[in-house]
Design a protein around this ligand. Structure first.
Ligand SMILES: [Zn+2]
Length: 258
């Protein structure tokens, strides 16, 4: 099919997206924060919103009814365009989020690897199906706007969720904080707060459209609970013992070499 519009469309979208993300001041300062070891999940959320907004803008200007055959969004167009561009969002956002989580873990003295969630393809399928279900693209093109930002935010929530679960299974007692951002609705205001991982509301990761609330996690409370002994222990203790052991080995090796 040589009237396939997708390759050309994707090339334009990718080019504009790359240019805008590279030049973006907010994304640049997020990377600076990471470099200075100051980034938190709040910054990851801001980063995701910005990346999502850039993609929504680029899609909005390039995917138009005039370009689409009969002004309708066909499955084979929506499927390829959204899978490629949203995968790219996922790569960018998880990349940043994982670096932040790694840093938070280190800061808290935890020798746990940051966990990477899988790309949630069901969410992409959901957007694609709704786009193609409407005969007139113009009536449904709003789906390429705010829902793209929500999708991007959900990637952050996925990273957080995977890591919090992993740390809880590793014997920690994570606390998750949900914070309202901007003018929050009643539902969001009620949901805001700090929760113990084992006692958190079911809806903690849920968001409605245009919801900018953040879900945050910092492993650095300095204490962890041993699930077996149910006693608070010092997470630095093992590290201190380990350092002492290594110093002794060094000392012994030095003695042997002398
Ligand atoms: Zn909200």
């Amino acid at each position: 099919m040589d009237n396939d519009i997708v390759p050309g469309l994707l090339a334009t979208i990718n080019k504009e997206f790359d240019q805008r993300t590279i030049e973006n001041a907010k994304l640049k300062s997020a990377l600076q924060l990471l470099k200075r070891k100051r980034a938190t999940y709040r910054d990851v959320n801001d980063y995701a919103v910005e990346v999502g907004q850039i993609l929504a803008d680029v899609l909005g200007t390039n995917v138009t009814a005039e370009l689409l055959p009969d002004g309708h969004m066909y499955f084979n167009i929506a499927d390829r365009v959204l899978n490629e561009t949203l995968k790219k969002n996922y790569d960018l956002i998880t990349g940043y989020a994982i670096d932040v989580q790694t840093q938070l873990n280190r800061e808290a003295g935890l020798r746990l690897k940051a966990q990477v969630p899988e790309l949630n393809r069901d969410r992409i399928v959901g957007i694609v199906n709704r786009l193609v279900s409407e005969p007139e693209f113009d009536k449904i093109k709003w789906l390429l706007n705010e829902p793209i930002v929500t999708f991007s935010q959900s990637i952050v929530d996925d990273v957080l969720q995977r890591n919090v679960e992993f740390q809880a299974k590793s014997g920690l007692r994570p606390k998750i904080t949900r914070r309202v951002v901007g003018k929050a609705c009643k539902w969001c205001s009620n949901l805001a707060g700090s929760y113990d991982y084992f006692d958190k509301p079911e809806e903690i990761y849920q968001r409605h459209e245009r919801c900018r609330c953040t879900v945050e996690y910092h492993p650095g409370s300095g204490r962890r609970q041993d699930v077996w002994s149910k006693k608070w222990i010092d997470p630095q203790r093992d590290a201190k013992i380990e350092t002492r052991k290594q110093l002794n080995i060094k000392k012994n090796t030095l003695a042997l070499n002398a």
